[in-house]
Design a protein around this ligand. Structure first.
Ligand SMILES: Nc1nc2c(c(=O)[nH]1)N[C@H]1C(S)=C(S)[C@@H](COP(=O)(O)O)O[C@H]1N2
Ligand SMILES: [Mo]
Length: 254
């Protein structure tokens, strides 16, 4: 057994053991020491979130790829979750085929700037056929086209203190964040294509986040801004996502 595996076992069984015997608070403290506290840990009551995030980060520390499928496995039916934005701004952008849409990338980056649709499409094009599951109990396999988020982050230059990447939708209540390992992961995309065509309005046009290793809720539609930060504490309610306030976890790895 390699040293790494032994250490992983030690930490995971350690976390589980103290959770069971010596009190949940201690588990949270250990997770904190290893930098494994999710933003929605919320002290004692969020210990479930902490254990899930911490254990996954340890077990998946090689950051493996989510499974990819072949074209014949693409689902015939791909449900939609959520309604398109109702704002005049969005209707205006859509009416102009999104030629006026911009994606702002700011925060702890060397060269903050915004990107047009044409610029994003000029970057190396990647495709992935992956599984997207909704916490509501349905899922589908589809092909996504886009540019890896890592490509855009490397262009703007991520600062040394950077820890999280926050992303916002044109729909105000939809925002989320992920840690740098997920943000730099090769399957984390700024997606503008779905099953061979541009994203439709219902699917999140013009660009959505696509996070292959987490539940669908993390794949925020109608992106408008991406911000690199060192702390999530002072962003909106401090929980790192719109999801915890409506009862869902910040980390929803699969
Ligand atoms: N802006 C925005 N993003 C969103 C949602 C939404 O309602 N608005 N729904 C989320 C949820 S819960 C899921 S499961 C997926 C659904 O993506 P789909 O409609 O392409 O299946 O988008 C996520 N991103
Ligand atoms: Mo979902």
């Amino acid at each position: 057994m390699s040293e790494l595996v032994t250490r992983r076992n030690l930490i995971t069984t350690g976390l589980a053991a103290v959770a069971g015997y010596a009190g949940l608070k201690t588990a949270a403290r250990i997770a904190d020491r290893f930098g494994l506290l999710p933003p929605d840990h919320q002290g004692l009551f969020g210990v479930g979130e902490t254990l899930t995030y911490a254990s996954q980060r340890i077990l998946m520390s090689g950051h493996p790829l989510a499974r990819e499928f072949s074209p014949s496995e693409i689902s015939k039916v791909a449900p939609i979750n959520g309604k398109p934005p109702e704002s005049d701004d969005y209707h205006r952008l859509a009416g102009g085929q999104f030629s006026d849409w911009r994606l702002l990338v700011d925060g702890l980056v060397t060269r903050p700037r915004s990107f047009s649709m044409a610029e994003l499409k000029s970057f190396p094009v990647r495709e992935q056929i992956t599984h997207q599951a909704c916490e509501e109990g349905w899922s589908f396999i589809a092909q996504w086209t886009g540019v890896p988020l890592a490509h855009v982050l490397n262009l703007v230059g991520v600062g040394e203190r950077a820890k999280w990447v926050v992303y916002y939708s044109i729909q105000d209540d939809w925002w989320d964040s992920m840690d740098l390992p997920d943000a730099m992961h090769p399957q984390t995309f700024l997606a503008y294509g779905f099953n061979g065509h541009d994203l439709t309005i219902e699917r999140g046009a013009p660009v959505r986040m696509r996070v292959a290793r987490q539940l669908g809720q993390k794949s925020v539609k109608y992106l408008t801004r991406i911000s690199v930060v060192d702390s999530l504490k002072h962003i909106r309610d401090g929980l790192g996502s719109g999801s915890p306030s409506v009862g869902f976890s910040w980390y929803v790895g699969i």
